[in-house]
Design a protein. Structure first.
Length: 276
């Protein structure tokens, strides 16, 4: 099977973009892992597949696969790349798009330059919606890992996130604590883990350990979840700049029952073909 693809990234969180409208694509977990392999394939954090919509109100549907071959619900950086991809490949002439994902409907707006704004929807905070095992909703929860108790926020942006506050994000145990929280029994579908440093009410820094991927240069849904959790704790204002290893996202959230808006860049790296 010969596949045409486009390599893109959002702040260093990189993707293999596949047009499943103009070409027939049949992917197995093994093929996804081959595409994502940085030594034997193209190399990426996630593979994104563009498909026709299933509902008449949407312009497209897209599916998201982690590097380990597993399908996930949502990806904020991928959503921005998706918007640029369908415009550049002339699959649409619109600058405002409605897109189906496994995590729900997204509204995408292409702005000037490489900037894309995404309405990420209303965050889910009830434990059953995340899903997270807890007796009731709370702004923060204790989570025991290897005999030590950590305080986390739990948020779903269409995919589950745990958010920990740290004094220094550079010294945070991302690659040791991250995988332990990812597979914690209280998160039945595993979880993405954000390590958040709050510098002011409008400036934060974040590192994210993504389930099925590991630490990435950026995580859009992770940035949204981190701002929601910090806002719930009264630490930040409605509009916050989130500095990730790959660059900066601007997140806006005004409170419960309101949608989260994420704005940031999406970059095309190159086009190519691969035989699987």
């Amino acid at each position: 099977m010969r596949i045409k693809f486009t390599k893109m990234h959002g702040l260093g969180n990189d993707f293999v973009m596949l047009d499943g409208i103009s070409q027939r694509i049949k992917l197995s977990p093994e093929k996804i892992r081959r595409l994502a392999d940085r030594h034997f394939g193209v190399g990426c954090d996630q593979v994104l597949v563009v498909e026709p919509p299933r509902t008449p109100d949407a312009d497209f549907r897209y599916r998201i696969y982690n590097a380990d071959g597993g399908e996930v619900e949502n990806c904020g950086n991928g959503a921005r790349c998706f918007a640029r991809f369908v415009r550049e490949r002339r699959l649409t002439g619109k600058r405002q798009l409605v897109v189906e994902t496994a995590g729900g409907i997204l509204q995408l707006n292409l702005l000037e330059g490489d900037q894309v704004s995404v309405d990420m929807g209303v965050p889910a905070l009830e434990p059953k919606q995340i899903p997270f095992i807890a007796d009731r909703y709370a702004d923060t929860y204790p989570l025991e890992v290897d005999g030590e108790v950590y305080t986390i926020g739990a948020v779903s942006m269409g995919n589950p996130h745990a958010v920990l506050l740290v004094d220094d994000v550079e010294q945070a145990p991302v690659n040791t604590l991250g995988p332990k929280i990812e597979s914690h029994e209280r998160f039945p579908q595993r979880v993405n883990t954000g390590f958040l440093q709050v510098d002011s009410r409008t400036e934060t820094r974040l590192r994210v350990f993504e389930r099925g991927v590991g630490e990435t240069r950026a995580c859009g849904t992770g940035a949204c979840a981190a701002v929601v959790s910090a806002h719930q704790r009264g630490l930040v204002d409605d509009t916050v700049r989130v500095q990730l290893p790959g660059g900066t996202l601007t997140i806006h959230w005004s409170g419960p029952e309101q949608p989260v808006t994420m704005t940031g860049p999406a970059t095309t790296v190159y086009h190519g073909q691969i035989i699987l």
